[in-house]
Design a protein around this ligand. Structure first.
Ligand SMILES: *Cc1c(COP(=O)(O)O)cnc(C)c1O
Length: 222
């Protein structure tokens, strides 16, 4: 029989604890965000009943109705996808954390909201992947700090396809060392997905964004 949702959640939790032990880190210092994109609100409700409190979504059109429908649960919503400036203000109404801040225009739209933000760094040469180029990281961080309202948590990154994830995450850790020199409290690292969360933990990830390993395959989305 295929494992149940609770069994998948449990086994990922054990794997996270094992990786944390291997890295001599406290598992309690690692937040698991379950990415529920393409899954119905009912699945989020089941996970909430199993004790999950942090959820990730990557598209506003899908995230907004889910967050509204589940408002009674008091969940923490993380926006992890590419974000158009014109949608940003609406995202700030339900999300507590935006992981994909990657340009000045987005900072300016979000500026008045009491949000936590991560700066997404692009580790590829392809601008379509989203994320700020590493050379502009510090300037973008300074713009976030200057808003006064936004709380800068750290860096978010996705390991590029075809590259050893551990090396990619080590590069992110290097960027983080640069960032904390100008914003000491921005030391969090949002990295690690279903296929590479162990490597991310070994390189210091504090926020894992895990979808399919917990939810199972996403329903067909065309
Ligand atoms: C979908 C998604 C994830 C989760 O991916 P899985 O491989 O299903 O764990 C993490 N981060 C972002 C930005 C995503 O869009």
């Amino acid at each position: 029989m295929a494992p149940s949702l609770g069994e998948r959640l449990q086994s990922v939790t054990v794997e996270i604890a094992d990786a944390a032990r291997e890295a001599a880190r406290d598992p309690a210092s690692i937040t698991t965000i379950v990415v529920t994109k393409f899954h119905p609100a009912s699945l989020v409700r089941e996970l909430a009943a199993l004790g999950v409190s942090d959820f990730g979504e990557n598209r506003h059109q899908e995230a907004q109705p889910k967050a509204l429908e589940l408002a009674d649960l008091g969940l923490t919503w993380h926006f992890v996808g590419q974000l158009q400036s014109k949608k940003a203000r609406q995202v700030a109404e339900y999300a507590a954390v935006v992981h994909s801040v990657d340009r000045d225009a987005l900072v300016d739209v979000l500026a008045g909201s009491p949000l936590e933000v991560f700066l997404q760094v692009n580790l590829t040469d392809d601008p379509a992947r989203g994320g700020v180029v590493p050379e502009h990281l510090e300037a973008l961080a300074e713009r976030v700090v200057a808003t006064g309202a936004l709380r800068l948590r750290g860096i978010m990154a996705v390991a590029p396809l075809g590259r050893e994830p551990r090396a990619a995450f080590a590069a992110v850790r290097g960027l983080s060392e640069r960032l904390v020199r100008i914003v000491p409290e921005a030391s969090s690292l949002s990295m690690g997905m279903s296929g590479d969360f162990r490597e991310a933990i070994l390189e210091g990830a504090t926020h894992l964004r895990i979808g399919t390993a917990i939810t199972g395959n996403r329903p067909d989305h065309g």
